[in-house]
Design a protein around this ligand. Structure first.
Ligand code: ZN
Length: 268
């Protein structure tokens, strides 16, 4: 039997498949790396800039929802920005959010793509990461919204319902304020938020183990980079994924966090 025609057909099918895959990837990357952001308020010598990031992971939508809700409130004059400038980024990972997946092919996990040193090559950065770093450099405070799959206080290994500041005074001060404002509306103890801190703040954990716990730092994350560059920043993890709590509850928590930070800077 002559196998040559069969082999040729198989090779042809493989070649067509690879070409189709590369073709899709090209367009996928083009669409998914297109970051939308919205500037509200003016940049003046006295105004602060607050950067609010939602949905760096696509299956963690509460931050995005809260950002869109506030943008709408400003657009219909329900909320007025009197001071400061806000940069809203509702969909950091747009394609992943649309698909409700942590990450999508060709783009990968955006929260594992940040530099771990200040001497990095800009050309090596993912285009979204590159744009976010530019916005970070313009900002006085950054809120980074995520959602965990459980409740931290249940000790199942999830960091849902935690606040992680970078090691600056303002980050720590705002983490405390956010903690107070969130927890006063939560009745069940296991659902209450905990503040995760680095080793520098071991005393806080010793003196108040219910409020503070140890942060397990992860390299290549936005938090790691923000801490490295001494940005004022908080990482928020609501609970969370797979609708473990109603999305309205998590969105309202995210809104409380945004309002706490914006009120701290006398924005409204
Ligand atoms: Zn996340």
């Amino acid at each position: 039997m002559n196998y040559i025609p069969i082999v040729i057909i198989i090779l042809l099918i493989i070649t067509l498949f690879v070409m189709f895959y590369l073709y899709c990837g090209f367009y996928f990357k083009d669409i998914c790396n297109n970051l939308e952001y919205f500037y509200y308020g003016e940049s003046t010598p006295t105004n602060k800039t607050i950067l609010i990031l939602g949905g760096i992971h696509g299956n963690e939508p509460a931050g995005s929802k809260a950002i869109l809700q506030l943008m709408n409130d400003i657009n219909i004059n329900k909320v007025k920005i009197n001071n400061n400038r806000i940069i809203f980024v509702p969909y950091v990972n747009y394609c992943a959010l649309r698909l409700n997946k942590r990450q999508v092919p060709f783009i990968g996990d955006l929260n594992r793509k940040f530099p771990i040193t200040e001497n990095y090559n800009e050309d090596d950065l993912n285009p979204i990461v590159k744009k976010i770093i530019i916005m970070m450099k313009q900002s006085d405070f950054i809120i980074d919204f995520h959602e965990g799959w459980g409740f931290y206080k249940e000790k199942t290994g999830s960091i849902g319902s935690t606040i992680t500041p970078t090691n600056t005074d303002i980050s720590n001060q705002l983490a405390d304020l956010v903690y107070d404002n969130l927890n006063k509306s939560i009745t069940e103890d296991y659902k209450k938020f905990t503040i995760l801190v680095d080793e520098t703040y071991n005393d806080k954990i010793k003196n108040n183990p219910d409020k503070y716990a140890k942060n397990e730092d992860i390299k290549y994350t936005l938090r790691y980079y923000a801490n490295l560059t001494k940005e004022n920043y908080i990482l928020i993890e609501t609970s969370g994924q797979n609708d473990i709590q109603d999305l309205d509850v998590r969105t309202s928590q995210a809104r409380t966090i945004i309002d706490t930070v914006l009120n701290f800077y006398n924005t409204y």
